[in-house]
Design a binder for this molecule. Structure first.
Ligand code: ADP
Length: 160
């Protein structure tokens, strides 16, 4: 069975992330969506909240597992038996950082390959930061996020 790990902050998961998950499912037998616990990165949602949103957003997709990790991604990927790491590429601005990480990860774990997937063009401008900003100002973001995320955002910002 070929498992792939899709790591990220997912603060919160957006339709762009979901698009990447669906594409990954067409290529691999199982996709492990892994929320990174990064104490240095301030986040709006807790890891538990992020995982709950991802679970609900992916409940109709078979072969998706939701997990979290701290420490090195490649160590976690190896422990989980993943043969690859999925990352989404939206714009050229993603490239430099992703390229560095992919090469460092390959240096540490030569058997784990990083695979880059491009979302549908309609999601290339989407990121969690902009969703948080717009939602915090009371605007509707329902066309960009799964319904469960919309509910969590409304509750978080007291607009619901
Ligand atoms: P990070 O904080 O590590 O960038 P994110 O949660 O922002 O984590 O994203 C996780 C992964 O999903 C990254 O590879 C990122 O490029 C990708 N991603 C984020 N938003 C989108 C999107 N709209 N379309 C495709 N990929 C995306």
């Amino acid at each position: 069975m070929r498992s792939v790990i899709y790591p990220g902050s997912f603060d919160p998961i957006t339709n762009g992330h979901l698009d990447v998950i669906v594409r990954a499912l067409a290529l691999f037998d199982q996709v492990i969506v892994a929320v990174g616990d990064n104490p240095e990165k301030e986040s709006l949602f807790t890891t538990d909240e992020k995982m709950a949103m991802i679970r609900t957003a992916t409940q109709d997709l078979a072969h998706v597992e939701v997990d979290h990790f701290s420490g090195l991604l490649v160590d976690n990927a190896r422990e989980k038996g993943a043969c690859a790491i999925i990352r989404g590429l939206r714009a050229l601005s993603d490239f430099e950082h992703e390229f560095q990480m992919a090469l460092m990860n390959r240096h540490m774990e030569p058997d784990i390959t990083t695979v880059f997937l491009m979302p549908h063009a309609r999601y290339t401008h989407l990121n969690s930061t902009i969703i948080r900003e717009v939602a915090s100002l009371g605007r509707d973001v329902s066309e960009f996020v799964p319904p469960i995320v919309n509910d969590y955002l409304k509750k978080k910002f007291g607009h619901g």
